[in-house]
Write a protein that binds this ligand. Structure first.
Ligand SMILES: Cc1cc2nc3c(=O)[nH]c(=O)nc-3n(C[C@H](O)[C@H](O)[C@H](O)COP(=O)(O)OP(=O)(O)OC[C@H]3O[C@@H](n4cnc5c(N)ncnc54)[C@H](O)[C@@H]3O)c2cc1C
Length: 498
């Protein structure tokens, strides 16, 4: 631990060089890099929940799994040795092993919910107010640098739209993010609202037990059905190649394949859409109306595309265990849901797979020298730092590629930046838009033409702004950013050190 300054606040505070916020896949990965590249730095990971994993701990709905492969969603430094797409439990086991093997557990404080963070320009320190979940105490922590790994959505509650008549509905309404442990759906009629990866996971997981499932979607989504195996990984494993090699090779191969797929989707969207629909059609069989229910109205990859292992999502529609209604919901009725066409879907349970509430900086009240921070008034540098906000990064991963790729890229830059600060004796770093770019108009965080998931569209006004220049935005393009991040010169005048 570093020495506390002598203010009364500081006397009772625990003080660290770095505080990492959140023990999800981002926080654990960032801690690994900090430990490796800046071994002299004291740090703590503050986590609101009682255990690690973030997303993979919160989501407990039937079948919960990744939609990308773990060779790229896992870390570069820890081999993934199982089927590419994994359940939440397997991902938690993997993260647990990373924590244990690297001694990260001694840095984590669970049940530590950060309420506020105040920057003092005089002291060049952040002061955090933290509520302990077990004792109810409010503690004070101080740190020179905040590494925000709190994710992008509110963990306490998912997003459920308000529909007329919900109060009169006689069945049970559940959101996948807060799945009740006691929910028994054996022999029940279930309506699932939504068309994303969550709905696509829940349908096959519930289909055999429920009486019938009706998927109600406003509009269709793209899916990527395939086999949950990697032939190259299996072949290398059969040859008893070292798992570190297999991980590195398969990771590179998959990234190359994904690059080809995404760039093709951008350049030849119609052809790619046709191919994706043909793959879905092959799983659905001739009796399902592909045009109405599985043909999206947007271009492929404008939203995340979920991988569907063995096409399992489509089977219940083929066999009649599930059906799909593509229409707008008009209202809830006592027995179920009525859609605009007048059809009523009767259901004992309604699952609202309607997404997240965007959460900016973990709902932590930030201030800079007492002035509340509105992140929406800042401009982002590389989607990781923000003009006017000192000594802070937000780890915002990828959606079109695996989230974690960006966790590692950001970590590598942050460690170089911290080393540079030490070398020059600086206590503060901020990013500044160079004078020659002052004429550029700040724009919303992401261009909806590029990427437009609903939770971002709903709350884009809360997010920082970008400039229409690669360095001053989160491009969502791993393949261009990977070289740019590696080339970031932390001595560049964009970084202002004091
Ligand atoms: C069901 C599901 C499946 C997904 N599948 C994939 C996938 O296959 N591939 C992919 O790339 N992405 C996927 N994602 C996106 C996924 O959320 C990210 O990839 C990744 O798990 C995010 O990790 P994170 O550590 O940044 O954030 P989170 O997992 O959200 O973890 C953040 C942590 O910070 C803690 N925290 C937040 N605020 C505070 C506070 N104020 N004080 C203290 N602690 C705080 C939280 O409790 C949490 O533990 C999926 C998301 C969901 C919901």
């Amino acid at each position: 631990m570093t020495q506390s300054a002598a203010t009364p606040e500081a006397v009772s505070a625990e003080t660290f060089d770095v505080i990492i916020v959140g023990a999800g896949i981002s926080g654990i990965g960032s801690a690994w890099y900090l430990d490796r590249d800046c071994p002299g730095k004291s740090f703590v990971i503050l986590e609101a929940m009682e255990t690690f994993g973030g997303t993979w701990h919160t989501h407990r709905y039937p079948g919960v799994r990744s939609d990308s492969d773990l060779y790229t969603f896992g870390y570069s430094f820890k081999p993934w040795t199982e089927q590419p797409v994994a359940t939440a439990d397997r991902i938690l086991t993997y993260l647990g092993a990373v924590i244990a093997e690297n001694g990260i557990d001694r840095h984590i404080r669970y049940r530590h919910h950060i309420l506020s963070a105040s920057w003092s320009s005089a002291e060049k320190f952040w002061t955090l107010k933290v509520r302990r979940g077990d004792t109810g105490e409010t503690l004070t922590f101080r740190a020179s640098f905040l590494w925000m790994c709190q994710g992008y959505y509110r963990h306490s509650e998912g997003y459920t739209p308000e529909w007329e008549g919900m109060a009169d509905y006689e069945g049970r309404i559940v959101h996948p993010q807060t799945w009740p442990e006691d929910l028994d759906y054996t022999g029940r009629r279930v309506a699932i609202i939504g068309s994303g990866a969550t709905a696509a996971t829940i349908v096959p997981a519930m289909a055999d037990t429920a009486a019938h499932i009706t998927l109600i979607q406003r509009s269709p989504t793209y899916f990527n059905p395939g086999t949950n195996a990697d032939p190259l990984a299996d072949q290398l494993r059969a040859l008893e190649i070292d798992e570190h090699w297999i991980h590195a090779i398969v990771r590179k191969k998959l990234l190359e394949e994904q690059k080809g797929r995404i760039h093709r989707a951008q350049n030849e969207p119609e052809a790619v859409a046709r191919e994706m629909l043909a793959a879905v059609a092959a799983h659905l069989g001739p009796d399902v109306d592909l045009k109405t229910h599985f043909t999206p109205r947007y271009r492929p990859w404008q939203q995340r595309v979920a991988f569907i292992p063995e096409g399992d999502f489509f089977q219940p529609f083929k066999t009649g265990k599930a059906s799909v209604v593509t229409d707008q919901i008009e209202r809830f009725t006592p027995k179920g849901i009525r859609v605009k066409s007048g059809q009523e879907v009767e259901a004992d349970i309604v699952v609202t797979a309607t997404g997240f509430n965007l959460c900016v900086l973990g709902d932590i009240a930030f201030d800079l020298d007492g002035a509340p921070l509105d992140l929406a008034e800042t401009v982002t540098y590389q989607g990781m730092m923000f003009t006017g906000v000192p000594n802070m990064v937000w780890v915002f991963g990828y959606f079109r590629a695996s989230w974690t790729l960006r966790v590692e890229m950001i970590a590598e830059v942050v460690c170089r930046m911290l080393q540079h600060m030490d070398a020059m004796g600086a206590k503060e770093v901020t990013v500044e838009i160079p004078p020659e770019l002052s004429g550029w108009q700040p724009l919303p965080w992401v261009d909806p033409e590029n990427f437009n998931p609903n939770y971002l569209m709903r709350d884009m006004h809360l997010m920082p702004k970008r400039l229409d220049l690669p360095d001053w935005q989160h491009t969502q393009d791993y393949w261009s950013e990977k070289d740019r991040f590696a080339a970031i010169d932390v001595a560049n005048p964009v970084f202002h050190y004091e």
